[in-house]
Design a protein around this ligand. Sequence first.
Ligand SMILES: NC(=O)c1ccc[n+]([C@@H]2O[C@H](COP(=O)([O-])OP(=O)(O)OC[C@H]3O[C@@H](n4cnc5c(N)ncnc54)[C@H](OP(=O)(O)O)[C@@H]3O)[C@@H](O)[C@H]2O)c1
Length: 245
Amino acid sequence: MTGIDGKVVAITGASSGIGRAAAYLLAERGAHVVLGARGPERLEQIAEDIRVRGGSASWRVTDVTRREDLSALVETAREEFGRLDVLVSNAGVMPISPLDDLRVDDWDLMVDVHVKGLLHGIAAALPVFREQGSGHFVTTASTAGLKIVPTMAVYAGTKVAVRAICEGLRQEAGPDLRVTVVTPGLTATEHTLGMGEDEARARFGATVAEVALPAEAVAGAMAYAIEQPATVDVGEVVVRPTAQA
Ligand SMILES: NC(=O)c1ccc[n+]([C@@H]2O[C@H](COP(=O)([O-])OP(=O)(O)OC[C@H]3O[C@@H](n4cnc5c(N)ncnc54)[C@H](OP(=O)(O)O)[C@@H]3O)[C@@H](O)[C@H]2O)c1
């Protein structure tokens, strides 16, 4: 299937920021979207908004750190729409800090959400994609994994791991499956708007609000990869603000 219209797309981290922008954009372009995140209220609201606009959406409470939740998200897609064409593994957290602070619970959380969360998605969707003979993994990495800076060692490490796992998956996927990594730079979402003004100025020479990409720019990169013909695999798209060094 080429294009976006009619595809069934499950998205983790769909209640905010990049995942929410992807849900709206893909639904507007005819996808059936299945939204996952931990909090039900926003998921329900976004799904309702999409339906009011004439789109097709469903949702399920999903904690990506729980393997069974990813299986249930994939099952929801199959029960409601008959198949799963794309899994967008996008859920993320950013409790960054210097290693000296020893915030080991935060380290665990980032590993659990980004690395294990991705693996849980692969475990849930790969057998389905194999059975269908088609499927597309789209995963959100970060430019933090391309240029390592202080305070972001663990976050960056998990995003480097995400790229490595996706590259291995791509090589093993064979001719029928597609694997895309979308690598955003600074993007204006709840993830980053909580960053202190001073910290943002020190890092980017301006506040987050002044330089960051809109989440829609990253969603657009996801849509670009998804809409390609089935034999065209967009491996990685890096989207960063022009002001980001
Ligand atoms: N913003 C940036 O500058 C930037 C740059 C590069 C990469 N990224 C990456 O982009 C992705 C999306 O981030 P964002 O910027 O859009 O952040 P955001 O606005 O904070 O959204 C994060 C989303 O992830 C969900 N989430 C968090 N923990 C989860 C869990 N355990 N299970 C399921 N869902 C979970 C949140 O919903 P609940 O809390 O309800 O679960 C929310 O929907 C992340 O992977 C992030 O690392 C962001």
